[in-house]
Design a protein around this ligand. Structure first.
Ligand SMILES: [Fe+2]
Ligand SMILES: [Fe+2]
Length: 480
């Protein structure tokens, strides 16, 4: 029995009636120590005894679902929370369109559903692992707190997926839950399932790019799973999206503040040429071309997460009604797509051009295109910060075909502007487009911890507002 009320006093806070389901409770309590071991060995390095001003979900109501207080991270109340049930919800797409949403796993789609949940689940702990060492170089206590907020919530998202596996998928689900703690980001023997989640997040600019772009891929996937006809998955994802918004806020404002520090410093020192790297870097900030290269890298890695543009798996998920499109219910069509087409960018006759393909097999391409649109907003606002100081430079999302390893563009060489070039030319110009070892050395030199309240590293501007409107000198993390 699921209620909207959260049992917050239970060992595992939840609104899924865990106390009335002893079998599930036992399974989760058995999994819990392994999770804590994972958190201690693969989660944030150091800081586990620090008091961190964190948000904890205590309700699933739209307003006031969280409380803020000092918490030691290993004592964070990771819970299982589903968004309120929607009365009379129906399956929003595919061949079962219009039938009542499933409250139990439909037998014929069991293995497909399990796979979707495992893939989503795998990304959650992966990002915590990728961000493990960032605490020691945080540019302020405010940023340190935001990092840990993202980390504990990704931990909770793992709990969310493990709940579904253990509640609905029997022994196989329990095994999958166990294995989610065994794979490790970047490991040779047992890597995480998706490429971008095995890359390093070596510095804070990468962290902000990751939370802006890669967490936004997470948002798109969760939005598509929130449209699932399997109602428990839909409700789980809907609540995760409430938390995910903050992660993208950290990314958006993070990059914005980096850009701001750079153009402010240039302006104050009378440096107007953004390509005069020596002059700009001497100011203790990150030059705009390096920010562009970082963006090119993280954007292209994230696009690979959407999989092949044309995919029969994606068609099967949609047909089955277990994964929808972005904002499925507000799209005006038959939600079956049996006769529709969708334009997919492809290489034809030596040119990149849109080709109409059956809409059903183009669902990955469509979600990726929706993602690209969603990314543009932040970039436009970052450019306003640059224009505000009259600096002649514009950040741009690279072309979708640039630097890709998955799908239609994996084997071709394309510039960020979308021009096809030979692989020799591409290789010889790589340093214009992707972070160079020089860029890395410069960024690394700036990654020095700042741990005094109200103080910020030179390369990042203070935020315009504190968390919960706290004053600038608020002690977001009390170091032991
Ligand atoms: Fe997440
Ligand atoms: Fe996230």
């Amino acid at each position: 029995m699921t209620t909207d009320k959260v049992d917050y006093d239970a060992l595992i806070p939840n609104n899924v009636g865990l106390a009335d389901d002893p079998k599930l409770q036992r399974a989760l309590e058995k999994w819990h120590p392994g999770y804590i071991d994972w958190w201690m060995s693969m989660g944030p390095d150091g800081f586990q005894t620090a008091d961190v001003y964190l948000r904890t979900a205590i309700s699933v109501e739209k307003s006031g679902w969280a409380k803020f207080d000092y918490v030691k991270m290993p004592e964070y109340r990771w819970g299982i929370l589903l968004a309120p049930a929607e009365e009379g919800r129906t399956i929003p797409c595919g061949e079962h369109f219009g039938e009542p949403a499933w409250q139990e796993v439909p037998g014929e789609y069991r293995s497909m559903l399990r796979r979707l949940i495992v893939i989503q689940g795998d990304t959650e702990p992966a990002s915590v692992e990728q961000q493990r060492y960032l605490g020691s170089t945080a540019p302020s206590l405010y940023d340190l707190r935001n990092l840990f907020q993202v980390n504990v919530e990704e931990g909770r998202h793992l709990w969310a997926m493990v709940y579904l596996l253990q509640k609905y998928f029997g022994k196989a689900g329990r095994e999958e839950a166990h294995e989610l703690l065994l794979r490790q980001s970047g490991s040779d023997e047992r890597p995480r399932m998706l490429g971008a989640f095995n890359e390093e997040t070596p510095d804070w600019l990468s962290f902000f790019m990751f939370t802006y772009f890669t967490d936004r891929d997470g948002k798109m996937q969760l939005e598509a799973l929130a449209q699932s006809g399997f109602d428990p998955l839909s409700r789980t994802c809907r609540f995760m999206l409430a938390e995910e918004a903050h992660h993208m806020f950290v990314g958006y404002t993070g990059v914005n503040r980096v850009v701001e520090a750079t153009v402010n410093a240039m302006d104050a020192a009378g440096v107007s040429d953004p390509y005069d790297l020596e002059a700009v870097r001497a100011l203790g900030v990150i030059d705009l071309p390096t920010i562009q290269r970082k963006m090119n890298l993280h954007f292209s890695l994230t696009l690979d997460l959407f999989g092949s543009e044309e995919s029969t798996n994606a068609a099967n998920f949609f047909n089955a009604g277990i994964k929808g499109r972005y904002r499925e219910t507000s799209i005006d069509d038959d939600h079956r797509l049996t006769n529709d087409t969708y334009p997919v960018m492809k290489l034809v006759d030596g040119r990149l051009q849109p080709v109409q393909v059956p809409a059903l097999i183009a669902l990955n391409a469509r979600l990726r295109d929706d993602f690209i649109d969603d990314c543009q907003g932040g970039v436009t606002r970052w450019n306003r910060v640059i224009a505000g100081k009259d600096i002649d430079f514009e950040l741009r999302l690279p072309h979708a075909a640039f630097n890709r390893s998955v799908g239609e563009f994996a084997d071709i060489d394309v510039t960020p502007e979308g021009k096809l070039v030979t692989s020799e030319e591409w290789e010889s110009r790589r340093n214009e487009w992707l972070p160079t070892s020089d860029d890395r050395i410069h960024i690394e030199s700036l990654m020095q911890p700042v741990q005094e309240p109200a103080e910020f590293a030179s390369w990042i501007a203070p935020p315009t507002r504190g968390i919960q409107n706290m004053p600038e000198d608020f002690l977001y993390v009390k170091l032991p």
